[in-house]
Write a protein that binds this ligand. Structure first.
Ligand SMILES: Nc1ncnc2c1ncn2[C@@H]1O[C@H](COP(=O)(O)OP(=O)(O)OP(=O)(O)O)[C@@H](O)[C@H]1O
Ligand SMILES: [Mg+2]
Length: 279
């Protein structure tokens, strides 16, 4: 679990940026973090694993205080982080060395390192590319490589800070699938930062930041049901959610847990007696 308790943060010489953030990310939970540009999302991300320390308040990871230098290595092993720019996260000259870098620094045995590298590459769809230069990978593959490097550390949490921002639609979709599986298959808690709300369909919960404070913290469905909040945050509702709201308004679909396109189409076609027809 990651816990923020009354966290304030200001960069040296800067204005207060985060003002009294209290927040918990439970084990295995998938939380989306949104907010306008400059609202402090990346700063919050860096506070989760001690890259930054609160100017006031505390951050704990599985009970370990990020301000305790003694616990920092254990905290960094537990909270993996993937940033926006794939090129800034490459450390090895071939794919398998890149993934092995973290486990090697943990001082693990060669066989265990090898096992983790294979495991991490297979769960990110990168098997077969072991001997490739990371520089020769696509943007999406590079980001999955960054996730593999984090996975090889066997973290309990992963923070994705706009990790899809520089990817094309295919790369984005593949990374989101990997992100969804982190929780579903591996039980890893995910903190997913994005300004694209359609990327939050795998999140259980949404946290919204505005002017340094948490202005919403609740179930994803409730967040999308509040157009005024989205407006205030300067965020566009996903097209799919707008469609869902309209179909609901006309009584064409009922309440859906996860309004995917497939679910909407099947609800509408079933209602119109078209099930099984067409595409
Ligand atoms: N290293 C730094 N030193 C001083 N100020 C900084 C530093 N990093 C960020 N800031 C400032 O802190 C504020 C919040 O930045 P942060 O990157 O946390 O926001 P964000 O919500 O991630 O924004 P974006 O949506 O653009 O990624 C911004 O005004 C930014 O200029
Ligand atoms: Mg940011």
């Amino acid at each position: 679990m990651i816990e923020f308790s009354g966290v304030h943060y200001a960069y040296p010489g800067g204005e207060p940026l985060l003002k009294g953030i209290s927040l918990r990310i439970a084990d295995g939970e998938h939380v989306g973090l949104v907010g306008s540009n400059g609202s402090g999302k990346s700063t919050l991300a860096k506070l989760t694993n001690g890259l930054l320390l609160p100017t006031q308040g505390k951050v704990f990871v599985d009970g370990l205080d990020t301000a305790s230098a003694h616990d920092l290595a254990a905290i960094r092993q537990r909270v993996g982080m993937v940033f926006q720019n794939p090129d800034n996260q490459i450390v090895g000259s071939i794919v398998e060395d890149d993934v092995a870098f973290g486990p090697e620094n943990l001082g693990l045995e060669t066989a265990e390192i090898q096992r983790r590298v294979e495991w991490a590459l297979s769960h990110t769809g990168l098997r077969g590319l072991e001997r490739r230069s990371p520089m020769a990978l696509s943007g999406g593959q590079k980001q999955r490589l960054a996730v593999a490097g984090v996975l090889a550390m066997q973290p309990s949490h992963i923070v994705l800070d706009e990790a899809t921002a520089m990817l094309d639609p295919d790369g984005r979709r593949e990374l989101l699938e990997v992100a969804r599986d982190l929780r579903r298959v591996h039980g890893i808690a995910v903190l997913q930062i994005t300004h694209l709300l359609e990327e939050l369909l795998a999140a259980d919960r949404v946290v919204a930041l505005d002017r340094g404070q948490v202005v919403f913290d609740g179930p994803r469905g409730q967040f999308f049901d509040d157009p005024k909040l989205l407006d205030r945050l300067g965020l566009e509702p996903p097209v799919l959610m707008t469609l869902y709201a309209e179909l609901k308004r006309y009584g064409l679909v009922g309440r859906l847990e996860t309004p995917t396109l497939e679910a909407l189409v099947s609800a509408v076609t079933a209602g119109a007696g078209l099930a099984g027809e067409g595409a």
